[in-house]
Ligand binder design. Structure first.
Ligand code: M6R
Length: 364
């Protein structure tokens, strides 16, 4: 059941600290990432010269975060392909490519077909799956299961953040195996990952403040989400979440791209949601926020607490508890999920069953 919550989506958002704990706990041995119990050999991560994620929707968005981390930390080429486009895009894959399929259900037909195609081309296939024994899991050479438990709401929440936590383990493993991180650096990265559940809990405790902000965008027709780097990656997911449950037209843009077209759509009172969680991007992000503010936009800003020194008081601000910048996607995602959830439930929608959507998509 819903455990006293009005909707599964809220229950599943609230379950995330526990879901992440369950996903990582058996995969950390002596402070280091360990996939022995999954039967995944280290060679899988050292013998590839390229990684390619195939997935759809939210699972694809988890791949985008992983891509940013793998590139910046491990310096290995990684691509993220929409599963539905993959086999028609003449992908460059061979025995040296590690293809990673990401799927909550393990039954999404596009992802399954993409994986089968990759196998025929000789790629090694790993999958990150929530449902045990599902079709994609059975087709894969190796599986890393997320321990999110059953996800009932159509809008994916805990599946996404547990997929991310698996990717943090993979990144740590690759960095260590490839000599990018020392054992000590790997341990400190993993120690930060272990803090995620308690930090997420702090975001969940701010849900009333997020609810207050949600009430201000209920009537919006169009909304924009802007950020750079990892902030942009999580806003793509935040925007998908908002549109699928609240039916508000929402678009995520890389802030630097605004001046190349989309800023034409910003007028008085257009809601703009921004995230600022990466110190190295902060000054450019804040100046892009000022630009849309000066066109009349109403700014909702989710900002890492440590970066929130002197801010424009005209913004509606939610401070996110501090983690190392690479990990801020996790607390930020929870905040964006809550925003989407409250907009939908306040509008009186059937949050768990948005119109036109199915939990598992089995047609191509
Ligand atoms: O079961 P899967 O993870 O393969 O599903 C992929 C997408 O259909 C799914 O993430 C979809 O985008 C969700 N409704 C998003 O909340």
């Amino acid at each position: 059941g819903k455990n006293g919550y009005p909707f599964y989506m809220e229950k599943e958002i609230m379950e995330q600290p526990e879901a992440i704990r369950n996903t990582i706990k058996d995969r950390i041995v002596n402070g280091l990432p360990d996939f022995t119990s999954d039967g995944v050999p280290d060679s899988l991560f050292t013998d590839c010269d390229r990684i390619c994620v195939v997935a759809c929707g939210t699972a694809m968005h988890a791949g985008l975060v992983a891509q940013a981390l793998v590139k910046s930390i491990v310096h290995v080429q990684m691509d993220v392909e929409l599963a539905s486009e993959f086999m028609y895009s003449d992908p460059v894959i061979d025995e040296k490519t590690l293809v990673i399929a990401v799927s909550q259900s393990g039954e999404t037909i596009d992802t399954l077909e993409a994986l089968k195609y990759a196998k025929r081309q000789g790629a090694k296939c790993l999958s990150v799956i929530n449902v045990k024994g599902s079709s994609i899991a059975r087709e894969s050479d190796y599986v890393l299961y997320t321990a999110a438990g059953p996800e009932i709401a159509v809008a994916s929440t805990k599946a996404y953040t547990t997929q991310l936590s698996v990717f943090y383990l993979v990144v740590a493993k690759m960095a260590l195996l490839r000599g990018v991180y020392t054992e000590e650096q790997t341990k400190s990265f993993i120690a930060e990952l272990e803090r995620v559940p308690e930090v997420m809990q702090k975001v969940l405790e701010k849900r009333r403040d997020i609810h207050v902000i949600a009430k201000k965008i209920l009537e919006a027709k169009d909304l924009f989400m802007i950020g750079r780097g990892l902030d942009y990656s999580i806003l793509l997911e935040g925007s998908l979440k908002l549109k699928e449950v609240s039916y508000i037209h929402s678009e995520a843009y890389a802030s630097g791209e605004l001046k190349h077209g989309p800023i034409a759509l910003i007028t008085t009172n257009t809601p703009v949601v921004a995230t600022v969680t990466q110190e190295k991007l902060m000054s450019k992000e804040l100046s892009n926020i000022k630009e849309v503010k000066s066109r009349g936009a109403d700014i909702v800003l989710f900002i890492k607490e440590a970066l929130s020194g002197d801010l424009d008081t005209e913004y509606q601000v939610i401070k996110l508890p501090d983690m190392q910048d690479e990990f801020m996607v996790l607390p930020a995602s929870v905040a964006l999920q809550l925003l989407a959830y409250y907009v939908s439930s306040d509008k009186g929608f059937d949050v768990d069953k948005p119109r036109n959507l199915a939990k598992v998509v089995t047609v191509e």
